[in-house]
Ligand binder design. Structure first.
Ligand code: NAI
Length: 330
């Protein structure tokens, strides 16, 4: 099958070419949007990533060029207008689980780095500054960690963070019986906000979870709380978070995702003027750590992404079984 692959980086090419023996991939560096959508001419499939735009306008262009399937090489699919895809007869598949460990471990990395300031210590020591001033952290042992979303990633995160001797509070509209039997306590959003020393977000971005952390929520948190978001930027009202950081109500912020990240993340813009005052304001806080959506970025995850995407395309082409978990809409 001819597949137009958007937002391609060197590592995408490397992993797809390593495992592909069947399809004809044409790689485009461009993001998929209304301007680049015509590049699909001649392809029956599109492979897209988290910051590609698959709204009504784009999907209509794809359908006009005969695209029959969109293969997301991500777990999240909040950037796809599923109703329009269905109306146009475009199937949408994804990679539902490509190493929940990769993202959960990255969330823990953000916590440890923010807390123990190893990123600052590294730079200091390289300059022969061996002072410990302002590097003070806190024990994770016996701290309360609030986990929002106890799906695949949330569960791995809980497993790891329990190893530090933390108390876990969970919030999820669909509590997991296995976790309950292991002693994990599900609480209301309000209780989680009120009692957690650290909150880590692991739920999908939906209309219900949009700005889950907003001005109201930030009024309820423990002063000095640490907020970690490795899920989707839209879970956080960034403006409200900046206010909470300025007032010191929020003590730390670690994010791998940012609401307006599509314009910046995954690219080297070190020679550019960044036209996003909110992002630049965030970067000025000493207690904010931002990574550019690298939670998924491990060898294991990239392997799984390539293999599952290729298998999805092959199954669709052969009209055979597509794993129900990978299929979003036909
Ligand atoms: P999952 O589908 O296994 O789990 C999501 C959980 O969130 C479910 O238990 C669901 O019941 C829960 N949930 C749904 N609505 C909720 C609400 N209103 N409040 C609280 N919980 C709610 O998904 P998985 O694999 O654990 O991934 C979670 C998210 O992580 C994805 O949706 C994606 O946005 C993000 N992600 C980020 C990556 C990165 O590189 N930073 C890579 C992969 C995923």
């Amino acid at each position: 099958m001819k597949v137009a692959v958007f937002s391609t980086k060197n590592y995408d090419r490397t992993y797809f070419d390593r495992y592909n023996t069947t399809h004809q991939f044409t790689y485009y560096d461009n993001k998929l949007d209304a301007r680049s959508a015509s590049l699909v001419a001649g392809s029956e499939a599109v492979c897209a990533f988290v910051n590609d735009t698959l709204d009504r306008a784009v999907l209509e262009i794809l359908a006009g060029h005969g695209v029959r399937i969109v293969a997301m090489r991500s777990a999240g699919f909040n950037n796809v207008d599923l109703d329009t895809a269905q109306r146009l007869g475009i199937a949408v598949v994804r990679v539902p689980a490509y190493s929940p460990h990769a993202v959960a471990e990255h969330a823990v990395a953000l916590i440890l780095t923010l807390n123990r300031k190893t990123h600052k210590a590294y730079n200091r020591v390289r300059e022969a500054n061996f002072s410990l001033e302002r590097l003070e952290g806190f024990d994770l042992y016996q701290k309360t960690v609030g986990v929002v979303g106890t799906g695949k990633i949330g569960q791995v995160f809980i497993q790891i963070i329990r190893g530090f001797g933390c108390k876990i509070l969970a919030f999820d509209p669909y509590p997991n019986e296995q976790l309950i039997s292991e002693g994990i306590e599900y609480v209301s959003k309000e209780v989680l906000l009120d009692q957690s020393d650290i909150i880590s977000l692991h739920c999908p971005l939906t209309p219900e979870t949009h700005h889950f952390i907003n001005e109201e929520a930030l009024k309820l948190i423990k002063p000095g709380m640490m907020l970690i978001n490795t899920s989707r930027g839209g879970l956080i009202d960034t403006q409200a978070v900046v206010h909470a950081l300025k007032s010191k109500q929020l003590g730390y912020l670690g994010i791998d995702v940012y609401e307006q990240e599509a314009d910046f993340f995954f690219r080297d813009l070190s020679d550019s003027i960044i036209d996003d005052d909110l992002l630049m304001r965030l970067l000025t806080f000493p207690n904010v750590l931002i990574t550019s959506h690298q939670g998924f970025f491990t060898d294991e995850a990239l392997t799984q992404i390539a293999q599952t995407t290729i298998a999805n395309l092959t199954a669709f082409e052969e009209g055979t079984y597509i794993d129900a978990n990978t299929l979003i809409r036909v």
